[in-house]
Design a binder for this molecule. Sequence first.
Ligand SMILES: [Zn+2]
Length: 206
Amino acid sequence: MEAAGQGRQAGGTPRAALAELLAGNRRFVSGQPVHGHDVTAAAAASGDQQPYAVVLGCIDSRVPLEAIFDQTFGAICVIRTGGHVLDRAVRGSIEYVVSQLGVPLVLVLGHERCGAVGAAVDALRSGERPGGSLAHLVDEIAPAITEAGLDDPAAHPLAIRRHVRRTVHALRADDLLAGPVAAGRVAVVGGLYDLSTGEVALLDPT
Ligand SMILES: [Zn+2]
């Protein structure tokens, strides 16, 4: 049995953090989560946290990040926005986790059939830009769709992957993250969640 939580510590290596996250996903996929049935106040009561990773994912209700990585309280920091779009609050939150909590890994997790990316594809194809702050999501996702090719029938799935990679690259170049990334103390990686199987696959495994 895999020791959930083994090696979890601030200041650990990016590689160890990624291995632990993916091990948690394998437990989830196999139907044998360690923490899946421990979502209780008692389990939360330690009051301490030693997160070893921060996961930026989508708001999609089918992709609850702590569950799909089989993580307990205090283990990972989670940020979710529509289509994992960045803004200053998201960047500042990740910068805080990395610089103040010593977390060595940032995982950007996209997912198949992402509605936010789909909405952006629809907006670009129709030429009807939504109002309000929803326009921000569309604007941030649009470059990935343009790269994928708006007229490509597979624009939606292709843009999902490109948007993950663009988000990864943007974070690697972030003011406060670029230095630790260049020094190898922090890794920013991208992944894709399969809604059918529950599996997380790295987009560019090293
Ligand atoms: Zn989504």
